[in-house]
Design a protein around this ligand. Structure first.
Ligand SMILES: Cc1cc2nc3c(=O)[nH]c(=O)nc-3n(C[C@H](O)[C@H](O)[C@H](O)COP(=O)(O)OP(=O)(O)OC[C@H]3O[C@@H](n4cnc5c(N)ncnc54)[C@H](O)[C@@H]3O)c2cc1C
Length: 544
């Protein structure tokens, strides 16, 4: 292929861009903001890999097994095997381009324990792993920009994909500066737009990740997968802006969860699961915290100030800054919050969707994490997915002559102008707030039929309202036109959760508390003229 349009410039988008550029493919890397502002920058605790000689008898096979088991055997063995086998090479590559990993006494990259893993294998850069990786990848992207192989386009938001007869030819994008839509044509489109945080309002992640792209593509015929599997991170701290992540690294370094009972601490995770109780997988820890019905705390003070200063300085600083808590002396009040989306755009092993020449990588794609993601595996998946998609693209023919979508552009622009003409200040924001409240209340850590059905009814009302409201011309047009797509995605998430009548990984139903083997497949969902259809991937089309 000669050209690719990549939308989203977090770690997944940049990894794909660099790998395409290395193969001589011209890349347009489009996003609303620079990479330094993508959610990837927030990643704290680390990235998983088994490097030769990291001791403790760890093996790639063990990483594969932990990943499959952590995901409740819903992720495909072939995909996970590729991910884990290439992890060591990804760490070495990141080092080679200047990622500053923390090192041990002998100057070798240091690794720590993370939840759900049989061995320590999470490589880290203090508690700012994402930031270090983004910085290093950014420099690589710049090298290719200088050669004219990568072209960065900032201030661009996704509007829709250019699809004809099941084939993709690029995307229609909204330029914030020009307040206009434009078509960007390319041999292939790679979506790298991250998770769906904004569906839930206040989460640990970035509101840039609003799920609109997945919702719009779904309306355009792209199949989505496993949307019901939403990871609640067990340890987050309330602040006015967001739920601040208290990295799993805190428990990895020896932090203990407890609640107070008549002046006595109850270390409930250790009581139930033994000495390693605090490092159970995130779905388990979140549910256990929820089940206590109490105020829960995380105490890491007893590991000592020296270790905290050395290994958890960012956590120390953010607790001090946002809540005036000194973690070297005091426990942190924590509660679970929405953190990561195992579900998203359904992709096959080469990261291609059901639309030819449309790919998806990183958190917006659903492939490696099954029903629950292990901490440290998503940075790895973002890096790896970018590589896999680039390899597939390099092996494809260029599409040559392509259809034009200029009439579609004119129509979409006219619709946008109509919105901009509206004088009302009644905002999309009100519906977004109600949506977040509905999703938090009706699709929590524990779900059941009645609440899910109620949630669906509410979303249907918002969809009707969104079709009738006057839009707010004082905000960016993106916020206005993205609302229906976001609501469609929310409806798809609730529909998927209703269809899975069992409990597995992060999807726990109080009305079906057991896992049921007839559901041991991914949930797929498609959209056709307002109709939502779910089915299980029993043939392993998207899970091999
Ligand atoms: C607080 C926190 C800590 C984390 N810590 C870890 C960790 O220690 N280890 C780990 O493995 N994982 C961690 N994760 C998860 C991990 O950071 C993400 O899964 C990963 O970085 C996702 O990368 P990405 O490139 O797919 O998406 P992102 O980094 O979210 O990038 C998405 C890109 O898409 C763009 N975009 C979004 N919507 C649109 C649109 N409509 N139009 C155009 N562009 C759009 C955004 O602007 C951005 O450029 C953490 C997550 C959070 C929130």
């Amino acid at each position: 292929m000669n050209s690719v349009l990549i939308i989203g410039s977090g770690i997944a988008g940049m990894s794909c861009a660099i790998n395409c550029a290395q193969k001589g493919i011209h890349v347009i890397l489009a996003s609303p903001f620079p990479s330094e502002r993508s959610q990837s920058v927030m990643a704290a605790g680390g990235i998983n890999a088994v490097l030769p000689g990291n001791g403790e008898g760890d093996t790639v096979e063990s990483h594969i097994e932990d990943t499959l088991k952590g995901g409740a055997h819903l992720a495909g063995t072939k995909a996970v095997t590729g991910l884990c086998e290439e992890a060591g090479d990804i760490i070495r590559y990141l080092e080679s381009i200047g990622t500053v990993f923390s090192v041990d006494d002998k100057g070798r990259p240091a690794y720590r324990a993370f939840g759900g893993q049989s061995h320590k294998r999470t490589y880290y850069c203090g508690a700012s792993t994402g930031k270090q990786i983004v910085t290093a990848l950014n420099m690589e992207v710049r090298r290719f920009e200088a050669k004219g192989i990568i072209e960065r386009r900032l201030g661009l938001c996704f509007h829709s994909a250019l699809i004809k007869d099941g084939m993709c030819y690029g995307a229609m994008m909204y330029s914030e500066a020009a307040n206009r839509l434009e078509n960007i044509y390319a041999d292939a489109l790679v979506m790298a737009t991250g998770g769906q945080n904004a569906l839930f309002g206040k989460t640990t992640g970035s509101t840039q990740c609003d799920g609109y792209a997945a919702g719009k593509l779904f309306e355009q015929g792209v199949i989505l997968k496993n949307l019901e599997f939403i990871q609640y991170h067990p340890t987050t701290m309330e602040t006015s802006q967001k739920r601040m992540l208290i990295s799993e690294a805190v428990r990895g370094e020896g932090g203990r969860l407890f609640y107070n009972e008549v002046e006595e601490r109850v270390y409930f995770m250790e009581e139930k699961y033994g000495p390693n109780g605090n490092l159970q997988t995130r779905d388990v820890v979140s549910r256990e915290i929820w089940a206590t019905g109490k105020d829960v705390y995380l105490d890491v003070s007893f590991v000592g100030k020296k270790l905290i200063d050395e290994r958890l300085p960012e956590v120390r600083d953010l607790c001090r800054k946002y809540r005036d808590i000194d973690i070297t002396r005091e426990p942190i009040p924590v509660a679970p919050s929405v953190h990561f989306f195992m579900g998203g755009i359904a992709v096959k092993n080469e990261h291609e969707t059901n639309i030819k020449n449309m790919f998806a990588v990183g958190e917006c794609a659903s492939i490696y994490h099954g029903a629950n993601r292990l901490g440290g595996n998503s940075l790895l998946a973002a890096m790896y997915g970018g590589r896999v998609a680039a390899r597939a693209l390099a092996g494809r023919e260029s599409c040559g002559e392509h259809p034009l979508f200029e009439r579609e552009l004119e129509e979409a622009q006219a619709k946008l102008n109509e919105m901009a003409d509206t004088k009302s200040t009644f905002a999309y924001a009100h519906i977004r707030e109600m949506l977040a409240q509905t999703m938090q209340e009706n699709l929590g850590i524990v779900r059941e039929e009645q609440a899910l059905t109620k949630g669906l009814e509410k979303i249907d009302n918002y969809i009707t309202a969104a079709g009738k409201i006057h839009y707010d011309n004082s905000v960016l047009q993106y916020f206005n036109y993205s609302l229906p797509g976001i609501l469609t995605l929310a409806r798809a998430v609730l529909t998927s959760a209703l269809s899975r009548r069992e409990s597995r990984g992060a999807h726990y139903r109080s009305d079906y508390t057991k896992s049921d083997d007839s559901y041991k497949y991914a949930t797929l969902i498609s959209y056709d003229n307002g109709k939502y259809r779910t089915w299980l991937d029993t043939e392993g089309e998207y899970e091999s």
